[in-house]
Design a protein around this ligand. Structure first.
Ligand code: HEM
Length: 420
């Protein structure tokens, strides 16, 4: 493929800084076009837990036809049972399908690996994301980062909590854990989002991949020689079968961790704020902080920030009585599963007091989100700081039609609030 197997060499010379990747990515994920995909998914689920999608309705169909590419056979799983069956069975439902796009811009990463390779690589970093290991990041990184963001608007008495807080803080947290300099953040936050734009803009994704490699490689080498307490140092020291990880594999981890850590927690915490404020349940959690964990999980169930992931079917496999054929691309609808009426009463309602049952927002099986403990920790600290520092937080009555939007990724574009 490329001379050294890495994607950066093939990156075409485009001016990445001329793009607004945040806006581009949001739009490609249906922001402002798709307000609520859930009714359509509910109708589909009522008809069958698994369905074959009409190829003419797939995204990118015209582009593919123009390029002479045949559209894949796509099947969608919607029920909670079907989704867990698919995600549990990594042999029949492989993650290798991501290799064609994400794999090219990220390099070798656990996201695209199957067992047993996947567990060996994931094991290198898994303990760093356990609750015990995360404890010191709370005081060293998460809390100071969130407090710095709040410092900037606390005295104003009003804010847009998306622009002023939720959008920026998770990337500062992951950058802090990686030990990356704060002053470089605006640049690599842009590159991080541009990287995942590969799904619809190949050149932009490749250019971002190259920029990140150029920026991160000297840092990896420096940490290999002089390790610190950060996650890059951990990866630079990690050994597999007696060999240190090479730069490509470390870059793969970093190119995955940055967008995975940045894009999701910002949206999930925005969705939770929106859910709590729009249904009048904010006060209950503010007055009894022990309710926060269940509110968090209900927010993730009700409005998962990432509603769908993909798998490749490797052998004819029956799922809830329907055979998905070998070679099919499988669209795993986490959003529909989270509102499956056979599992949840009143599934469309955000109700922090409903009985807790495991949701699918973090997926399931071997690829279950590596960063879920971190996401929970970040959200916990975020709400603790919001409740302590922004008294009487309430939606700004002057704001019109604030709502959650998007299909693949979902969150509100703004959250105007008053406080004090
Ligand atoms: C609320 C926030 C988050 C949500 C909803 C979320 C969701 C997900 C989902 C659905 C997957 C499965 C992808 C697949 O199998 O195709 C995943 C995987 C992953 N997530 Fe998260 N994520 C969140 C936060 C984070 C954070 C903060 C990090 C770390 C900085 C992170 C790192 C990862 C990694 C490395 C994987 C790949 C795991 C593997 O393939 O074994 N995530 N996440």
């Amino acid at each position: 493929m490329f001379a050294d197997g890495s994607p950066q060499e093939a990156a075409p010379p485009i001016d990445i800084d001329a793009y607004d990747p945040f806006e581009l990515f949001d739009r490609s994920m249906g922001a402002d076009e798709v307000r609520d995909p859930y009714p359509e998914w509910a109708v589909a689920l009522e008809q069958a837990p698994v369905r074959q999608l009409d190829p003419s309705q797939l995204q990118g169909v015209e582009q593919a036809a123009a390029m002479g590419i045949e559209m894949p056979d796509v099947w969608e799983v919607l029920s909670h049972k079907a989704v867990s069956q698919v995600l549990r069975n990594g042999k029949a439902f492989s993650s290798s399908g991501y290799a064609a796009a994400m794999g090219v811009v990220m390099g070798p990463t656990i996201l695209v690996m199957d067992e047993p390779e996947h567990s060996r690589y994931r094991g290198l970093i898994q303990t760093a994301f356990s609750n015990d290991s995360l404890a010191h990041w709370e005081s060293d990184v998460v809390r100071p980062v969130i407090d710095r963001f709040i410092d900037d608007f606390e005295s104003r008495g009003h804010a847009d909590l998306v622009r002023d807080l939720t959008f920026g803080f998770p990337v500062h947290v992951i950058a802090g854990m990686l030990g990356l300099p704060t002053e470089d953040l605006p640049r690599f936050h842009r590159w991080t989002i541009a990287l995942i734009c590969v799904a619809f803009d190949w050149q932009l994704g490749l250019a971002a991949s190259a920029k990140l490699a150029e920026y991160l490689t000297p840092i990896i080498e420096q940490r290999r020689e002089r390790p610190g307490e950060d996650l890059i140092s951990l990866l630079a020291q990690a050994e597999l079968d007696g060999h240190r990880l090479d730069n490509d594999h470390i870059l793969g981890f970093l190119r995955l961790l940055l967008p995975a850590g940045a894009e999701t927690t910002y949206r999930s915490s925005s969705n939770l704020l929106f859910g709590l404020m729009s249904t009048g349940q904010l006060a209950a959690v503010r007055d009894d902080r022990t309710l926060l964990p269940q509110a968090m999980e209900e927010g993730l169930r009700w409005e998962a920030p990432l509603t769908g992931i993909g798998r490749l079917c490797t052998e004819d496999t029956e799922v809830e009585g329907i055979v998905i054929p070998a070679g099919a691309t499988v669209a795993v609808n986490l959003g529909a599963a989270n509102r499956d009426p056979s599992r949840y009463e009143r599934p469309t309602e955000f109700d922090i007091f409903r009985p807790q049952k495991q949701h699918m927002a973090f997926a399931f099986g071997p690829h279950r989100c590596l960063g879920m403990n971190l996401a929970r920790l970040e959200t916990n600290v975020l709400f603790d700081r919001i409740f302590s520092r922004l008294p009487n937080l309430r939606p700004d009555p002057a704001a019109k039609d604030v709502h959650i939007t998007g299909r693949g990724f979902r969150s509100p574009r703004e959250l105007p609030v008053l406080f004090g």
